[in-house]
Structure formats: C-alpha cells, structure tokens
Ligand binder design. Structure first.
Ligand code: ZN
Length: 555
C-alpha cells in the first residue's frame, strides 16, 4: 500500500504559520492545510531536538528510548557526553521499516548519526559532525550528494556572537536560505533517482532563524522578515517536493517542538541552589575560580572583539579547551561532599547527589530524597521575576511524572519549565566580569543569548488518499503518535507497546472500516548495539558542541 513522506519544519509553530498562510505567503503549506488536516503537536518535556525527534522516530517516551537531552551523564565522574543515534535504546522507524523490507530515505533527521546501514539512503542530521564525516549511508552516496549539492551543510554554523552586525546578519540569512536550497536539491534528486516507501526530511533552518531573529518580528527594520523569508523558502521546497508525489502518497508536515520569544531574564540555577544551601562550590581556590572566570571572560571578549575570520579559526581550536575546561570546572568547582542538588545535563534539569548512584552521593535514597525533591519543587514555585512579581517557573516535574520505562533512571531527577518557556536557565557559578549578582538577573546585552526559544507545541499537518479534509481534528496530538500513524498509512501492522497511538481521527471512516488498525508484536529492542560511547573521536564531539553552543543550547 501507500508510501509516506514526512517533512519536518524544525521548530515550526502555527503562531507564525497560520497568519502567514492566511496572508498567502505560504501557498504550499496552505494547500496542505486546506486539503487535509492540521493540529498542534505536543512535543516531549523538555522540548529539545534529541528527545523530540527520537520520540518521533520511535513512538515511545524518553523513558523507553533513553534520550533526555543533548547530553547524557557519564557514569562515575559527573561528566557528560553528547548523544547520537548510538544512544537510542530501541529500534527506530527506519530500522523497523527496513526489517519489513521497506525502503527508507532519510535526510537531515536529527539523531541518525552514525547512519544505520539499511536498504535505502540515510543522510544524517545535526548530530553528524559535518560533511567531512561519514554522515551518509551508503558511503558512496556521500560524494554523489556533495556533487549534486556542493554547498551542502549538515548544519550551518551561525553561532555565538556571529550575528552581532547587520552585515553578519545578512550573511546568516543568506546562509540559511542556501542551506534550504542545498537540502532541497538533494531531496529532489533522491525522490527522482532512488526508490522509497518512506521518505523523511527535516528543514532545520526554520529553527535556526527563529533562535537568532525572533526579536525582529513585528518590527519595521531590515530583519523583521528574516524568519518569514526562511519559511517562504521552505514552503517553496515543500511545494516542489509535493509536485513530485503521486496521489497515492501520504504527506505529513510536522515540527518537533514550537517556538516563541525569549524573555530578558536569566536564572542562575546553581547559584540559587548555593544560596539555598543545597549546593556548595569548592573552597574558592583562587586559581580555579580564576580559571573558570578567565575561560568565560576570554570567550566573551573573543566573540565581541575579534573579526569573524580569526574567530572562526579560534573557535575551531577552542572547543577542545572548553570541553575539557567545562568538565574540569564542574568537577572542581563543586564540593560534592556537601552538595545535595546540582543542575544536570541541561541547566533546566536538577539532579540529586544520591548516595549509591553518584560517585560522591550524600543524599539517602527514599525518604530523604523525596523530602528534598518536594522542597525543591515548592521553593522553585515561589520564585518571581524581580520587576513584575510574576512567577519564574511554570512547573517542576519529577521524572516519574513524565517518563516510564526501563531507562527512566537515566533521566535527571527534576525538569524545570520556566513560565511560557521564555526565561533561560543557566548552570554553574556567575560568570566573572559580566555584572551578574542575582540568581534571577537581566541578561547582559554584551553576552550571546538566543532571542527565540522552544515551546512545547509544534505543528502537524497531513494530506493523502485516505486523510480527511478537516481543519481542526481533536488535537493536540503527541509527537509519539506519528510513528504508529506512519505504519498505518503504509498499510503495515502497527507495533504493539508504543506510547503513541494511530491518529484514527484523521482518516476517512470507510477506509478505517475496511482497514482497521492491526497490531503486531515486533521486537523493538535494539540489542548489543547501543554503545556507551557516542563519538569515537574527541574532535567530532567538539564539532557538535560548537553547533549546539551557537544555537544557545549550551551555556
Ligand atoms: Zn528542533
């Protein structure tokens, strides 16, 4: 039965798209919305790329697939590593389809590096360390792709401090538009030249432009159309892709999370923990303090003063130093023997320094742990923005409230969501020399911060031979619903045991009556492969770090 193509608009949100579709700026998306269905799509908490896309590709929650953020804790030393495809604990959609003898093409979907060897083509996404890496399967396709699209980029690096002049902003937008163009060229080639049953592509430029240009929206300056220009370019790509599909192919357009404006506030969570007596920095060894301050100060000075060519060179060298120094800072700046709580893999998460789990744990599992968590939850709820008195935090969720499954234990203990997802959270001590002295502080304008941030709800649209035409089905749907829905669209038995469900409401009744959803007990476990080490080479991990820092995902 039917083929399915899934087009990702990373970070895409109806908040922007709806008015733009109405105004006629996005004709291809508008046509899909009119012919098919659209609904909001709920991401996972925290709504970040790795866990969101993995939930899309597996149909299960992070407690089962094991991905909770860009980084995961290493056992035994409070350090962490970046995750990638190797870190996913269950079989993903491409693998399951491959086992069913379906041909898969996947372009730029995050968490697909290293690419799976399967009967199809995988062009890995943002967890791939650039086009020099083996980011394509089969490997001989790599040269072909770079031939068709010589400027192909896995992820454009417009990072920290890179957009601090109009000239650089113009170049940034041009780079993003080129990136879409190059991606489109590869997709159109693959659509034409390679057989497929399931095709997935993610356009990441929408997410990137939102991170860097949200602040200009609605203004009257040169860059107020920056985000729109990228959406228009992606819309044109969607239109050209759709032109090449036959009428038996189902189409899904989705985003892994939404987006919205960042506030002017930053919350220094480890400093707050210190103030509350939960965390102790190590006896302020002046040398260590100086080192951390110098590293940060040096970086900030760097991104402000140097020309970008020099910066480029230095940034390429610098990540190594930063990676090492960050691990060093974390381990040496915290007095673990007196620390009960610390910020986790992402600063919006907290970890309890639990005895028997952490290398120098001091909190007893059970009652003491529970009481500590309860106090943290109520203390965080009390925090307010100094000028307005509004609550800083919208919710603090223990991992048990969000996740279930065999890998839940790997999750941070508490997830902290700021109000409207708008305030940023930062870990570690106050960076030296930037004037920060309050746990909830206005951002220093000389520092790099993204101005657009993620929101929980992304978007979903579908059209196809059996999809009804109805503007507003009973959403929001869950990002975990897409995997089983793709199985159903392809006429396949749906895997038993997924958290997501087939979105039956989007299909016409006759089709459902004749083709009721059938389930099968596939073996979903990924045996013997999920490896403890995600990247073999340190420099690959460093490239990933540079990309993530540029997107504001790391502090
Ligand atoms: Zn994303």
């Amino acid at each position: 039965m039917g083929r399915v193509i899934c087009i990702g608009l990373d970070g895409g949100t109806f908040d922007l798209i709806e008015p733009w579709m109405e105004a006629g700026y996005l004709p291809a998306l508008r046509e899909i919305a009119e012919q098919g269905v659209s609904a909001r799509l709920r991401s996972v908490i925290l709504p970040f790329t790795p866990q969101a896309w993995t939930s899309f590709m597996t149909g299960v929650n992070p407690g089962i697939h094991g991905i909770f953020g860009f980084k995961e804790m290493r056992k035994g030393d409070y350090g962490f590593q970046f995750v990638n495809n190797r870190s996913i604990r269950v079989k993903t959609l491409p693998r399951l389809l491959d086992e069913l003898k379906k041909r898969v093409i996947s372009v730029n979907i995050p968490m697909t590096y290293p690419p799976d060897p399967l009967n199809g083509v995988i062009v890995a996404g943002m967890d791939a360390p650039g086009v020099e890496s083996n980011f394509v399967y089969p490997l001989e396709m790599r040269e072909r792709i770079l031939e068709i699209s010589p400027g192909y980029e896995v992820h454009l690096h417009i990072g920290a401090g890179y957009l601090d002049s109009d000239r650089k902003r113009r170049a940034g937008i041009r780079g993003l538009l080129d990136m879409v163009e190059n991606r489109e060229r590869v997709v159109l080639h693959l659509l034409k030249e390679h057989p497929w049953d399931f095709f997935a592509v993610n356009f990441a430029a929408t997410d990137q432009v939102q991170h860097h240009f949200w602040r200009y929206l609605g203004g009257d300056g040169e860059f107020n159309d920056a985000i729109l220009s990228v959406y228009r370019r992606v819309d044109a790509a969607v239109g050209r892709i759709r032109d090449r599909l036959d009428d038996q192919t189902s189409l899904i357009v989705m985003s892994d999370h939404g987006a919205g404006p960042a506030s002017e506030w930053v919350f220094f969570i480890d400093e707050w923990l210190r103030e509350q007596g939960y965390l102790h920095f190590a006896s302020r060894s002046p040398a260590k303090r100086l080192l951390s301050g110098t590293v940060r100060l040096g970086l900030n000075a760097l991104s402000r003063k140097l020309p970008s060519s020099t910066k480029d060179r230095l940034m390429r060298r610098f990540p190594g130093l930063r990676t090492r120094s960050q691990g060093f800072i974390r381990r040496s700046l915290i007095d673990w023997s007196r620390t009960r709580v610390f910020s986790g893999e992402h600063p919006a998460t907290l970890r309890i320094n639990l005895r028997s789990r952490e290398p120098h744990g001091i909190v007893n599992p059970g009652t003491e742990e529970r009481q500590l968590r309860d106090r943290l939850i109520s203390d965080l709820a009390e925090l307010t923005i100094p000028t307005t008195g509004e609550r800083l935090v919208e919710g603090v969720y223990p991992k048990e409230a969000l996740y279930h499954g065999p890998y839940r234990d790997r999750a941070p203990d508490l997830m902290v969501l700021t109000a409207g997802f708008g305030h940023q959270i930062r870990g570690g001590p106050y960076p030296a020399g930037l004037g920060y002295d309050q746990t909830i502080c206005r951002k220093n304008p000389h520092e790099f911060f993204v101005n657009g941030v993620h929101r929980l709800h992304g978007l979903f649209m579908a059209a196809g031979p059996h999809v009804v035409s109805r503007a507003d089905p009973d959403g929001p749907f869950s990002i975990m619903d897409l995997c089983p829905t793709v199985f159903f669209m392809m006429g396949l038995d749906v895997p038993l045991g997924l958290d997501g469900r087939v979105l039956e409401g989007i299909f016409d009744k006759d089709h459902l009556r004749e083709n009721p959803v059938k389930y099968r007990d596939y073996d979903l476990t990924r045996t013997g492969e999920a490896r403890e080490k995600s990247y073999d080479r340190m420099e690959d991990a460093q490239k990933i770090e540079t990309v993530l820092r540029g997107l504001g995902y790391l502090d």
